[in-house]
Design a protein around this ligand. Structure first.
Ligand SMILES: Cc1cc2nc3c(=O)[nH]c(=O)nc-3n(C[C@H](O)[C@H](O)[C@H](O)COP(=O)(O)OP(=O)(O)OC[C@H]3O[C@@H](n4cnc5c(N)ncnc54)[C@H](O)[C@@H]3O)c2cc1C
Length: 432
């Protein structure tokens, strides 16, 4: 039986990142994924509505500040499949429109002129926002690190932000970026979004998204052995160390090291057998999650609105028009637990779109698919970092990766990519 240097369990962004970084360092790596497609939560599934017979769970976006993810895409040779927009558009009912784009000014002043013109906010609100942004800049990374146990809402109150400013500006961004409202999010992660995305560099706010179904981004894993449809049933323990994995069906695969890159719901059943060797791992069971909904709406004719666009004052929060099939809209609703029960969501979203874009009145909905991922992201609440495990464990032979592990990033593709890169570093360090 071939013994691999490292088996990576889980073909999401974290597992792919770990596997690629290890393979680049010369390790013989086997990547195991239980599903038939790579990508995990940032992945696709077969469906006739999608242009290549594939639909994503939900349209995923990255920001210009997501450096590790961009370097992973570069390594995979797919950087050109990501499109970046320099303008973030906002639209509301009654013709309300606004946009954010960088002016010819250095950071952190580059978004100032857009902010001053921003049509969805009153002058008083803009003054409040500028004051809070200035405070965040002064506090920097050190300041936010010290605020991991307090809420972003409390921080914004300290900065004299009024209710309407929190609801109409800070919450709009926080819900999109953190899947959490300011009142519940940790100040560390709330501040990070604005420090990294809006203040630290001119390009940090740029919105990136895949021009192809997400799973196609992971189709070039040259040099790696990948087994799809391979579900790990348990970690194989020998003399108190993890020495490989056992698949559903009983096949045993030995390895020098195992990187467990499953999401918490996949990892917990495997980790229970090693809680006795590292009791800190049990804390993962206390992490809470929040849903995101992807709404795929197919119309009878091409949709010609200026997208991507963030909708304000509606349940539907983001709208993307499919580049390859312009009749198809991909909508996103974060904090999807707040959607009303017992309503036809497709009807609700179409009526909201028509309120914002009266020109869509003539378009008929031909088909729709709603995908609600209940455990989309962990909740970045105050104190969350005490529950997130590091990549390095006390269990010999076992390293962790995954967006939920400690990366100082919220549950994002960037956090997942960072976790994989760190897991690879841990394994390579252990080998000396
Ligand atoms: C609907 C939705 C929208 C989102 N929007 C965004 C966004 O716009 N931007 C952003 O940055 N992030 C977004 N996220 C979050 C982002 O998708 C995740 O943070 C990231 O993809 C997590 O990657 P991961 O590799 O840590 O975990 P996962 O993607 O969950 O990967 C884990 C993999 O392990 C596999 N696995 C589990 N158990 C086993 C086992 N026993 N054996 C073998 N394989 C196993 C799973 O099948 C899966 O493929 C969104 C998430 C969702 C669900």
């Amino acid at each position: 039986m071939t013994r691999h240097d490292v088996i990576v369990v889980g073909g999401g962004v974290a597992g792919i990142s770990a596997a690629v970084n290890l393979a680049d360092a010369g390790a013989k790596v086997l990547l195991l994924e239980q599903r038939r497609l790579l990508g995990g939560r940032a992945g696709s599934f077969a469906h006739a509505l999608g242009p290549a017979g594939l639909l994503d769970n939900a349209q995923h976006v990255l920001l210009g500040c997501c450096s590790e993810l961009q370097s992973l895409y570069g390594r995979l040779g797919v950087a050109g499949l990501i499109r970046y927009d320099d303008v973030i558009r906002f639209a509301g009912p009654d013709g309300r429109r606004a946009e954010m784009r960088a002016a010819m000014l250095p950071a952190p002043l580059h978004l100032g002129p857009s902010m001053l013109r921003f049509g969805l906010l009153k002058l008083r609100q803009k003054v409040e926002i500028v004051r809070a942004m200035a405070a965040m800049m002064v506090e920097g990374e050190t300041g936010r690190e010290q605020r991991g146990d307090t809420s972003f809402g409390a921080y914004l109150r300290e900065q004299d932000q009024s209710d309407d400013t929190i609801g109409e500006f800070w919450d709009v961004i926080a819900v999109s970026a953190l899947n959490e409202h300011c009142a519940q999010a940790s100040a560390k992660y709330g501040m990070q979004v604005f420090q990294e995305g809006f203040l630290a560099s001119r390009g940090g706010y740029r919105l990136g998204y895949a021009r192809v179904p997400l799973t196609e981004l992971y189709s070039r894993l040259g040099g790696l052995s990948v087994r799809m449809g391979a579900q790990v049933r348990e970690l194989v323990l020998e003399k108190g160390r993890v020495a490989g994995v056992e698949l559903v069906g009983g096949e045993r695969l030995p390895a020098g090291q195992v990187v467990l890159a499953a999401s918490p719901s996949g990892a917990i059943p495997l980790l229970r057998s090693v809680y006795g060797l590292d009791e800190r791992l049990q804390r993962i069971e206390q992490i809470e999650f929040r849903p995101i909904l992807g709404a795929h709406l197919l119309f009878d004719r091409p949709v010609t609105i200026d997208a991507p666009v963030a909708l304000v004052g509606t349940h539907l929060q983001w709208v993307f028009v499919d580049e390859q099939r312009p009749e198809l809209i991909h909508g996103v609703v974060s904090a999807a637990d707040l959607l009303p029960d017992g309503v036809d969501l497709a009807e609700l979203f179409v009526s909201e779109l028509r309120q914002v874009y009266p020109e869509m009145m003539g378009l008929k909905l031909a088909d729709s698919v709603m995908v609600k991922e209940n455990r989309a992201t962990f909740r970045p609440v105050p104190g969350i970092d005490h529950l997130r495990p590091g990549q390095r464990t006390r269990v010999s032979g076992l390293t962790l990766a995954g967006d939920y592990t400690r990366t100082d990033w919220p549950a994002t593709m960037e956090g997942a990519a960072r976790s994989g890169q760190r897991a690879a570093e841990v394994v390579l360090h252990l080998w000396g």
